[in-house]
Ligand binder design. Structure first.
Ligand SMILES: Nc1ncnc2c1ncn2[C@@H]1O[C@H](COP(=O)(O)OP(=O)(O)O)[C@@H](O)[C@H]1O
Ligand SMILES: [Mg+2]
Length: 302
């Protein structure tokens, strides 16, 4: 059995080379696809801030436009109207200052864990002692020192996600952007990843933007929770999750404030999902069903 202890929650904290932390402002951003009568508005007059040193989580119904917003933030696409800035400078193209970790594994299957983590520095011609030290540090932080020579298919799903976090973090982005990164993991691995990721965040305090459809994941991780409308995406509400860090899952279950925010968030999400449900969307129907179950569970638990 693989030893899955959590070295992310340890006394050693991140060196300054791994602690960049910027701030993103999204101002009245809209995004449409197509033209004329085929125009589809996916993001509509959306404004929010991804505050420095905070973990901002965005939650919204499936298909509401979250990944579209991420492609805009990453600079892969441009908004139709509105603007976005990172540290007051306009975002116009992709950059190493904003790294996106996707749900799909981006690890190269033909490279070892170590080589995958070193990919960014090497691609920039920076295979320096400093980069190698940072790779060692991160390997340890994500608990993969013993798996440095393994290839991605030889790692469990959770280990692959951790390797991917290390591979992103070595590039020291100003903001880490994560698009449903733990989707597809089994429930147990997922909960382990929440604690893992929260531990890494607590130590680095790097500005993070985490997108999810999972309410428990959102509440456990977030300093601030942005609740999105159904498509076209806008921010419906912002909830501050003022529960002290570091957090442990066992404590969150009985945390009154966390449960309060959860009920509030579920009520809003349910309303948004119902809107698309009345439009006949299968994804929305699944969403309503899943959330109704969770809301019921939360009520029973109280
Ligand atoms: N390039 C595109 N052209 C047309 N429609 C798109 C394009 N990209 C996304 N969409 C539409 O935008 C909607 C939102 O997609 P997405 O941002 O992936 O949602 P989410 O990540 O919240 O599930 C979908 O209905 C999708 O069909
Ligand atoms: Mg998406």
């Amino acid at each position: 059995m693989i030893n899955d202890v959590n070295p992310a929650i340890s006394a050693v904290s991140f060196p300054k080379e791994l602690r960049s932390s910027g701030e993103i402002c999204v101002n009245n951003v809209s995004k449409s696809y197509g033209a004329g009568q085929f125009t589809k508005e996916v993001v509509q007059d959306c404004s929010f801030t991804i505050e420095r040193n905070k973990l901002t989580v965005m939650i919204g119904p499936s298909g509401c436009g979250k990944s579209t917003l991420i492609r805009l933030l990453a600079g892969f696409e441009a908004p139709t109207t509105g603007s976005m800035t990172l540290n007051d400078k306009p975002i116009t193209k992709p950059g190493r200052d904003r790294l996106v970790v996707f749900q799909e594994s981006a690890l190269f299957p033909w490279m070892t864990t170590y080589d995958n983590i070193m990919f960014g520095p090497r691609a920039r011609g920076e295979d320096t002692q400093q980069a190698r030290d940072l790779a060692e540090f991160l390997l340890h932080k994500v608990g993969l020192t013993a798996f440095r020579k393994k290839y991605p298919p030889q790692l469990s799903g959770g280990m692959q996600r951790r390797a991917e976090l290390a591979r992103a973090m070595i590039n020291n982005p100003e903001v880490m952007i994560l698009d449903e990164p733990f989707r597809g993991l089994d429930a147990m691995s997922k909960e382990l990843m929440w604690e893992y990721y929260a531990g890494l965040f607590d130590e680095s305090r790097r500005t993070s933007f985490f997108v999810t459809t999972d309410i428990d994941e959102a509440i456990f991780l977030a300093d601030r929770l942005l609740i999105m409308t159904n498509i076209p995406a806008r921010v419906r509400a912002t909830l501050e999750i003022d529960v002290p860090r570091p957090r442990r899952l066992v404590d969150m279950v009985n945390c009154e404030r966390a449960n309060e925010v959860k009920m509030e968030a579920l009520a809003l999400l349910h309303e948004e999902a119902m809107k698309s449900f009345s439009g006949g969307s299968k994804a929305a129907a699944d969403f309503v069903e899943a959330y109704a179950k969770r809301a019921h569970k939360a009520e029973v638990a109280q």
